[in-house]
Design a protein around this ligand. Structure first.
Ligand code: G6P
Length: 489
């Protein structure tokens, strides 16, 4: 982090994301228990040296009383986290409504609400107002903690209005915004009623980052087509002011996974799982139970494989871990029942008295159990219909050092651009193609597996989350320094 040191001082970084990297449980009037939930962003920032990072976000719980809020603020401070308190009404309108029912599906090419989701369209304006109010609440907390020279790194589609709030308050703030989802083609994006306001706000940032060049290109062409601005190789220019736009593909902390595989607890899990599934090939899916993950399509493809390859019945099992998410949004509730219905039908059809082809779990696994599963399985099926990056594919590769399992990967996940040469790429909508890829993966020669794995392993272990965070923050510092130089000249 050589470029970040400020005369020997650590660079201060305020990370602003909708959700804090903790799960908070209330244990009494002024007692909270906190557990760090280590996602990609958390491990990226934990690994970054010479930076003094604090995290600002929502703790995911409603805390209406001041005693509770003060206690939670104190507890979070020990984890370098600062809470933004959102009441139930705003969570309903901003998080469940505008973020998860409008922006999320649109950015993943599922379009704006239709038919029974039309009720949401009628509430569109009030939800967008709530979105802006919520973004302003995040901004208010940033102001309270901001010191001159801080880097403010805003994350994701929840906070597209934040760069504007921050720059309106103090135009000297160094503001970066990074999108973790795809940015869709401008033909999709332009259907969004609030398309102008959101683009104009994001352009207030000094640096705008995406996982892939395609997403960055879509963003620039949305600015060109919708706002009439000029796109340059550096970004987007508006009346002489440049917003730098670039791709920063995220990675994982691969060492953390490699170290975990050496732990006795993980080794125990591995030997239990190996015994449990002895004599059968094991395929793995790990996804949040979200429509973008293509879980029903994946299971239907597996059914087609079983149908067409009766010699594999009873010799292969699919373990699908479906982590419940956004359970207050009706679309997600419907998806849960749909998946249960399909799994039940297929297990009824192909199961025997002693075994079923699909083990479906509606819950998350702890880190050790997950690493063991990654290590013992022969094939991973990552068949998202759209996905910003998809780090499950990276985690699987990191844990397959000895087994060299096969990754079947959707061509619509950002990860396809980095792991495409080692994975079997599929169109997740084409069930026949996915079923054929399953057969290819299960029967692949060890030479081919080894070669494919080597490619992906090299990528995953050299493009880490730490590199990602360092590159983004360095680029943001450089962009601001260059802009200051230009104004002085
Ligand atoms: C995606 C988003 C993240 C979000 C995560 C979990 O990966 O890009 O911003 O935190 O899903 O979703 P949730 O709604 O539970 O925060």
């Amino acid at each position: 982090f050589r470029r970040l040191g400020l005369r020997g001082m650590k660079q201060r970084l305020l990370v602003v994301a909708n959700r804090l990297p903790v799960s908070a449980n209330r244990r009494g009037e002024d007692q909270w228990s906190l557990e760090i939930s280590a996602g990609g962003l958390v491990s990226a920032l934990l690994g970054v040296k010479d930076v003094d990072a604090k995290w600002i976000g929502w703790a995911g719980v409603n805390v209406p009383d001041e005693v509770g809020q003060r206690a939670l603020t104190r507890a979070l401070a020990e984890k370098r986290c600062i809470p933004v308190f959102l009441d139930e009404e705003i969570v309903h309108q901003y998080y469940n409504g505008y973020c998860n029912n409008i922006l999320w599906p649109l950015f993943h090419y599922l379009g704006l609400p239709q038919e029974d989701r039309l009720a949401t369209t009628r509430n569109f304006e009030s939800q967008f107002d709530a979105y802006k109010r919520a973004n302003q609440m995040f901004a208010d907390v940033v102001y309270q903690h901001y010191q001159e020279g801080d880097v403010i790194w805003c994350h994701d589609y929840h906070l597209m209005f934040l760069p504007k709030c921050l720059k309106d308050h103090d135009s000297n703030m160094k503001v970066g915004w990074f999108l973790h989802t795809p940015f869709p083609s401008s033909e999709i994006y332009r259907t969004l009623p609030s398309r102008l306001e959101l683009l104009r706000s994001v352009l207030c940032a000094d640096l705008v980052g995406f996982h892939t060049y395609d997403y960055a290109r879509h963003f620039v062409s949305a600015c060109t087509r919708i706002l009439g601005l000029e796109g340059t190789p550096e970004g987007v220019e508006d009346q002489g002011r440049l917003t730098r736009v670039a791709a920063f593909p995220i990675g994982i902390d691969s060492d953390r996974f490699k170290r975990a595989l050496e732990l006795p607890a993980v080794k125990r899990h591995i030997s239990e799982l190996t015994q449990r599934f002895a004599g059968r090939k094991v395929m793995l899916g790990v996804d949040r139970l979200d429509m973008i993950k293509g879980i029903p399509q994946k299971i239907l493809a597996f059914e087609k494989f079983l149908e067409e390859n009766p010699d594999w019945n009873d010799k292969v099992v699919l373990l699908q871990i479906a982590v419940p998410t956004r359970t207050d949004v009706p679309e997600y509730q419907k998806l849960t029942s749909q998946v249960h219905e399909i799994v039940g039908r297929i297990n009824g059809r192909f199961g025997t008295l002693t075994a079923v082809p699909i083990h479906h779990l509606d819950r998350s696994l702890d880190f050790h159990a997950l690493c063991a599963l990654y290590a013992v399985t022969d094939v991973a099926l990552v068949t998202s219909l759209r996905d910003g990056m998809n780090l499950v594919s990276y985690e699987y590769v990191a844990c397959q050092g000895s087994k060299k399992g096969v990754l079947i990967l959707s061509e619509f996940a950002g990860a396809a651009q980095s792991l495409g040469a080692g994975a079997i790429l599929v169109n997740p909508w084409n069930i026949t193609e996915v079923a054929d890829s399953v057969r290819h993966a299960l029967t692949m020669s060890s030479d081919e597996r080894e070669k494919r794995h080597r490619h992906n392993y090299a990528h995953v272990t050299t493009h880490t989350a730490q590199d990602w965070a360092e590159n983004f923050v360095c680029e943001l510092n450089d962009t601001v320094a260059e802009a200051q130089l230009r104004t002085r000249q």
